[in-house]
Design a protein around this ligand. Structure first.
Ligand SMILES: [Zn+2]
Length: 305
């Protein structure tokens, strides 16, 4: 007899991904399309293609602050069109299934707990390192029901303005957008770098992947940028270690691929700053299921909540 399954929906700034997930956390089928046009129409057309008679729940993961009671997004800096849309409510009624909405990094933390690096860990903090920085905290084997907006931790008083309205947020100094800003403004100000010759001379096309590649090839500016960003990330990790003393940190997202330099610098900095005994540099892991963690986590959440 086939067991139950659930639909996981991940609404990202770039891609909309929908998957059918088994109750054991295995992805059975999936579709990915670019995030454009009407969110609701796109989501339902993909769900229609995957749902079957064993589907017992639907979970929606999205960046932003979620009102779980209403099943809607309160603030979504990357997807303002999703704000105040009671998506979980509308979809739940359409398919007559329990439907929940979770912050994407919270969902990814749950996915890591059920099917990833966090499986056997009592506690860990997941950081998604991409355009911005998201967080999810597993404590005593459960997801902490808190926003965990770690990317908006103030790291530089009077620092750069963030989309959230605050100044000096971590993600303005340690996420992809920060790396790109640092590279373009240094080159504009005359710093010599092999990055200045990339992208057919259009420095506004520099990506974090390129910065990493040039750094690994010995470009000093690219190296400095990754080290600076890594240092800020390390300050945040030290703060989190001091507060939560988690069994591990799990790093996910595109920037976690820049392990040498960026993450290593973060680990060094955290080790220097955390209180003695509260941070172990051998407990920082890279996610192995990042692309799927949010989909799996939010799908299972809809089955077991
Ligand atoms: Zn912010």
């Amino acid at each position: 007899m086939a067991t139950n399954n659930a639909i996981g929906i991940d609404i990202g700034g770039t891609n909309l991904r929908v998957a059918l997930v088994s109750e054991k956390g295995k992805i059975l089928n999936r579709i990915r399309v670019p995030s454009q046009g009407n969110i609701l129409t796109n989501v339902t057309s993909l769900v229609d293609r995957l749902i079957n008679d064993k589907t017992a729940g639907i979970g929606i993961a999205i960046a932003g602050i979620i009102d779980k009671g209403k099943g809607s997004v309160v603030i979504s800096p990357n997807l303002p069109s999703a704000e105040d849309l009671n998506l979980a409510d509308i979809i739940g009624r359409k398919y007559s299934l329990p439907t929940y909405m979770l912050n994407d990094a919270n969902a990814a933390a749950l996915g890591e707990k059920s099917a990833g690096k966090g499986k056997d860990l009592e506690s860990f903090i997941l950081l998604t390192l991409g355009t911005g920085i998201g967080g999810g905290i597993i404590f005593r084997h459960e997801l902490m029901d808190v926003p965990a907006e770690i990317g908006h931790m103030t790291i530089v008083p009077e620092g750069r303005e963030c989309d959230c309205g605050n100044h000096g947020c971590l993600e303005e100094y340690a996420a992809a957008k920060a790396l790109i800003n640092m590279a373009t403004s240094a080159i504009e100000n005359g710093t010599k770098s092999s990055l200045g010759l990339c992208c057919e001379g259009n420095i506004y096309k520099i990506t974090p992947e390129l910065i990493y590649k040039h750094a690994m090839n010995g470009d000093m500016l690219a190296r400095d940028i990754l080290k600076t960003a890594g240092k800020y990330l390390g300050i945040a990790i030290a703060n989190l270690a001091n507060i939560f003393y988690p069994s591990a940190f799990i790093l996910a997202g595109g920037l976690s691929n820049a392990w040498n330099i960026y993450v290593e610098e973060a680990i060094r900095e955290a080790d220097k700053r955390a209180m003695p005994g509260l941070f172990d540099k051998d407990t920082v892991f890279r996610s192995e299921i990042y692309e799927d963690a949010g989909l799996i986590g939010v799908a299972l959440y809809s089955l077991f909540t």
